[in-house]
Design a binder for this molecule. Structure first.
Ligand code: SF4
Length: 362
């Protein structure tokens, strides 16, 4: 494992991002080979366990209730539905299941108890379990850890500066606070962001400065390309080019040498050659399944064909860290505290988010 540097400056990262492409690829691939098996790629399945109706105003997200996009919402899935989906994912080569719920933050109560049971159930299938449930307190993070959670996803999304142009219902610091709560447990951190939301290249570098400064750095970093969805405030933004995606993946690999860099949303717009370049530049994780929460994703059989073509193997679970033990609910040390934490409500508004909300009401 390479020693990590936490004090990257934006200028240093921009200098890497803007290198001539062949040099950038060579440097990133060198870091990748020193820290990872370049022929192994983790395959994860993202499962939307509760879709739509979210009170937040993330400008890219069709699940925000205020934009009235045409996604079909659903209440929290049952534990048996989740188990069936996890078994299906395992049989098609996934080693990790990431469960996403469109919540602002976790609330103690029966729904969270049910999520804890889902975590126990998937962990017993010997798959890595990840959750992305919004903001969580330390006690909630401890309860997830005790249930056998392997990773918690909480993306920074973009730089602190640009964050205020995308989301107004919670602050950048709230993201960092949740990550800190997760870090008080033995659960690993998954945190990354989205490119192509109208941000400057400096913002991409700024996000990497923030991720690199976390100590330890995230074990997993998703790099998403915005998939513009009709009805959301970012619906008209043109997709990023594959070259920007390759530059971002390569730079992430160099700045976060030990993380699993995950190619996430936006893969349907990438050619096989483009994805191969991303793997060469250091991406070593993908999401499988025909949907990424609500946006399209390549079919898993297509992914497996690409793996065969490139001689890649799906990574086994628990390669980087041992499987956690699941403690049954009746033996839990951490109780439901019926917490009502005060998460921030920043007082700025984002004009394009307000316009999209107003348009949805017409
Ligand atoms: S990204 Fe998450 S928090 Fe933001 S609106 Fe969508 S579901 Fe809600």
């Amino acid at each position: 494992m390479m020693q990590t540097k936490h004090n990257w400056t934006k200028e240093e990262i921009l200098a890497i991002y803007n290198k001539p492409m062949m040099e950038l690829l060579y440097d990133a691939a060198t870091v990748h080979r020193a820290n990872h098996n370049p022929n192994q790629v983790q395959v994860s399945t993202l499962l939307s366990i509760k879709t739509g109706g979210c009170p937040e105003d993330c400008g890219y997200c069709p699940q925000a209730a205020r934009y009235h996009t045409d996604i079909e919402g659903n209440d929290l899935m049952s534990v048996s539905q989740v188990k069936a989906q996890a078994l299906r994912a395992k049989s098609s080569g996934s080693s990790r299941v990431c469960m996403g719920a469109a919540w602002r933050n976790v609330k103690d109560g029966p729904e969270f108890d049910s999520v804890l049971e889902m975590v126990r159930t998937i962990n017993k299938l010997e798959m890595e379990v990840c959750c992305t449930l919004g903001m969580i307190t330390e006690n909630q993070a401890q309860r997830l850890a005790e249930a056998g959670l392997y990773a918690y996803n909480h993306n920074l999304d973009t730089s602190e500066d640009y964050y205020k142009d995308v989301i107004s219902t919670r602050a950048f610091q709230d993201r960092l606070d949740t990550i800190e709560n997760v870090r008080k447990t033995n659960v690993t951190v998954c945190s990354g962001g989205i490119i192509g939301m109208g941000e400057a290249v400096e913002d991409r570098a700024g996000m990497l400065v923030a991720l690199a400064s976390l100590s330890p750095q995230p074990e997993s970093t998703p790099i998403n390309a915005l998939v513009p969805v009709e009805g959301t405030p970012l619906e008209e933004i043109a997709p990023v080019s594959i070259w920007e995606m390759i530059r971002m993946v390569a730079t992430t690999r160099i700045v976060l040498p030990n993380t699993q860099v995950r190619l996430s949303a936006g893969r349907t717009q990438m050619s096989q050659e483009g994805q191969a370049m991303c793997f060469f530049a250091g991406a070593n994780s993908i999401f499988a399944g025909d949907k990424l929460l609500t946006t399209p994703n390549p079919d898993v059989h297509e992914d497996m064909k690409l793996f065969e073509l490139l001689g890649l193997q799906p990574m086994k679970p628990f390669v980087k860290k041992d499987q956690p033990q699941s403690v049954e609910a009746q033996y839990s040390k951490y109780k439901d505290q019926a917490e009502k934490p005060k998460w921030t409500r920043p007082d700025h508004k984002i004009e394009r988010n307000e316009l999209a909300k107003a348009k949805a009401k017409l």
